[in-house]
Design a protein around this ligand. Structure first.
Ligand SMILES: CC(C)(COP(=O)(O)OP(=O)(O)OC[C@H]1O[C@@H](n2cnc3c(N)ncnc32)[C@H](O)[C@@H]1OP(=O)(O)O)[C@@H](O)C(=O)NCCC(=O)NCCS
Length: 159
């Protein structure tokens, strides 16, 4: 019974959760930076610099919404014409584990394909390896430290 309710809520959230591209510098982008700060940076005691955010002007910025509220986000940074890097994947703590991250990844992969990319690459936090593996990503190298925590490179061919 509990499982059935969880499944239905997850299904309902996905159905009514628009995922869209947002503009750098917009009010939605400010929400995105706040969400990323909360989920990805504050727990490590670090924040974003103006230079770092300024470099995102060329990126594809993606947000998942419930009405006007951003529930999750990620972004795509061009490496070259064929390869793109997924970065800054984050879902609000209160709604993690309900399929939002997986739905955003599916959207991001479709956007990447539409833009002609054939491979998605990421520096995945070690704690998130299982999430990406479920979506078909493979480890390609050794562990390294980035922003003070262990990461690995993962990638997937986009067919
Ligand atoms: C990692 C994160 C983006 C996943 O998003 P989410 O919405 O919570 O994940 P989903 O509910 O879509 O999960 C999809 C599947 O992956 C699994 N999963 C989710 N997070 C996982 C994790 N950290 N480790 C292993 N498996 C995980 C889920 O159990 C689910 O499995 P199922 O399909 O068998 O039910 C989110 O939990 C998050 O923001 N975490 C904190 C920040 C972070 O680590 N970001 C990634 C940086 S590389």
């Amino acid at each position: 019974m509990g499982k059935l309710i969880k499944f239905n809520i997850a299904k309902a959230i996905k159905r009514f959760m628009p995922i869209k591209q947002i503009d750098h510098g917009s009010a939605e982008y400010m929400q995105m930076v706040e969400l990323r700060n909360e989920i990805l940076r504050k727990p490590l005691g670090i924040s974003f610099s103006h230079e770092e955010l300024g470099r995102e002007k060329e990126d594809i910025l993606i947000g998942a919404f419930e009405e006007q509220k951003m529930l999750g986000c990620c972004l795509l940074t061009k490496i070259d014409n064929k390869n793109v890097r997924l970065r800054q994947m984050a879902v609000l703590n209160s709604v993690q584990g309900k399929g939002i991250g997986a739905t955003m990844m599916n959207y991001a992969e479709n956007v990447a394909r539409d833009n002609g990319y054939t491979k998605m690459v990421m520096h995945a936090r070690k704690s998130a390896i299982g999430f990406y593996e479920k979506l078909g990503y493979k480890l390609t190298g050794d562990e390294f430290i980035e922003i003070t925590i262990p990461h690995v490179i993962m990638e997937k061919k986009l067919r």
